[in-house]
Design a protein around this ligand. Structure first.
Ligand code: ADE
Ligand code: ZN
Length: 346
């Protein structure tokens, strides 16, 4: 078999493996063509006149330079229909990548501050998730993220606005510029969200120090750490993460684009896996970072020479780390095991 054919076979196999996506910002799935279409429809002036010009502008050096473009991108999302279309487009891509379940983030503060109502945002997203579940057979949960570079009282106000939609939410998260914005600032709002029965996750240890991972666990009582790759700087923390089987939702292509690692070959995810951590692979902001979840798995496998069994473990971890019920989790794991066995990797 020529190498091109082999590579196509591997790609198809990875896309067939049942997996959960646990770290995905819906606003980060805004592809350049949709960005331009929505800008025209909503009469938003952008400094680009073509898809190529948008792509040329996506040259980030770190989280701050990315976030400037990310928030500029969100400015074209104005109506319920925009959020609906964005979400449906993501679900179709996820389906093609073998995603059977997604727990997706949204950033209401980025929209409310532009005068868009919380209702328009969440209604558009929620109805797409409902239709996606029916049409595509993907289950999808929604996680409301607080922007950590804005004051905690604003996060509390957003949580109050979310109260009537509680049954549409699965959890709360913490994102945006990490350095200098420690998790402990958000203790109260996380406590309130958890008292309502919501799950808790937080970005920590992407650009910020390992101490923020500890804080997210000890103060916010999170059930997953988003990114978390800087845990390697704290040996005791690594032991704890492995012992507690605290999942890390790692995003390899994002980490390279934002300079957390200079090359994918230098990424520490394989080392973390070997140390017994529950590592999952995710796409973060795929429209900006060059790939969806299967692209992240395939690029990591290539750069770090991960074998088929390890790819299977990464998919299994994603199901284990999800907030699915034990029955749903077991169902998907059995499907995964069946594919692994039938392809000689059981
Ligand atoms: N918001 C969207 N993507 C993000 C990331 N990678 N880190 C922090 N906040 C984000
Ligand atoms: Zn993220």
């Amino acid at each position: 078999m020529d190498s091109q054919k082999t590579s196509q076979t591997i790609q198809d196999w990875v896309r067939r493996l049942p997996k959960a996506e646990l770290h995905l910002h819906l606003e980060g799935t805004l592809e350049p063509d949709m960005l331009l279409q929505l800008a025209e429809r909503n009469r938003i002036l952008l400094p680009y006149d073509s898809v190529e010009a948008v792509r040329r502008a996506y040259a980030f050096t770190d989280l701050a330079s990315f976030l400037r473009l990310y928030y500029q991108g969100t400015s074209v999302l104005c109506h319920e229909a925009d959020f609906y279309e964005l979400t449906m487009a993501y679900l179709r891509r996820a389906k093609a990548d073998g995603v059977v379940h997604a727990e997706v983030f949204f950033d209401p503060q980025a929209h409310i501050e532009r005068g868009i109502s919380f209702a328009e945002v969440i209604e558009g997203i929620h109805h797409a998730l409902e239709d996606g579940a029916k049409e595509l057979g993907i289950t999808c949960h929604l996680i409301l993220c607080f922007l950590r570079d804005r004051p905690p009282h604003e996060a509390a106000a957003v949580l109050s606005q979310a109260r009537p939609y509680l049954s549409w939410l699965c959890g709360v998260g913490l994102d945006s510029a990490e350095r200098g914005h420690p998790p402990e600032w958000f203790m109260e709002v996380f406590e309130r969200a958890r008292s309502w029965g919501l799950h808790a996750v937080a970005h920590a240890g992407e650009e910020g120090p390992a101490a923020y991972i500890r804080q997210a666990m000890d103060v916010l009582h999170v059930e997953r750490i988003d990114h978390g790759v800087r845990c390697e700087e704290d040996a005791m923390l690594m032991v704890r993460l492995a012992r507690e089987r605290m999942p890390l939702t790692v995003c390899p292509l994002s980490n390279v684009k934002l300079g957390v690692f200079s090359r994918l070959e230098d990424h520490n995810l394989a080392r973390l896996l070997q140390r017994g951590l529950c590592i999952t692979i995710n796409s973060d902001d795929p429209a900006y970072f060059g790939g969806y979840v299967a692209d992240n798995l395939l690029a990591s496998a290539r750069a770090l020479q991960l074998d088929a069994q390890t790819i299977g473990v990464l998919c299994r971890n994603s199901l284990e780390a999800s907030f699915l019920s034990p029955q749903e989790r077991l169902h998907h794991m059995n499907q995964l095991d069946a594919i692994m066995e039938s392809s000689g990797n059981g």
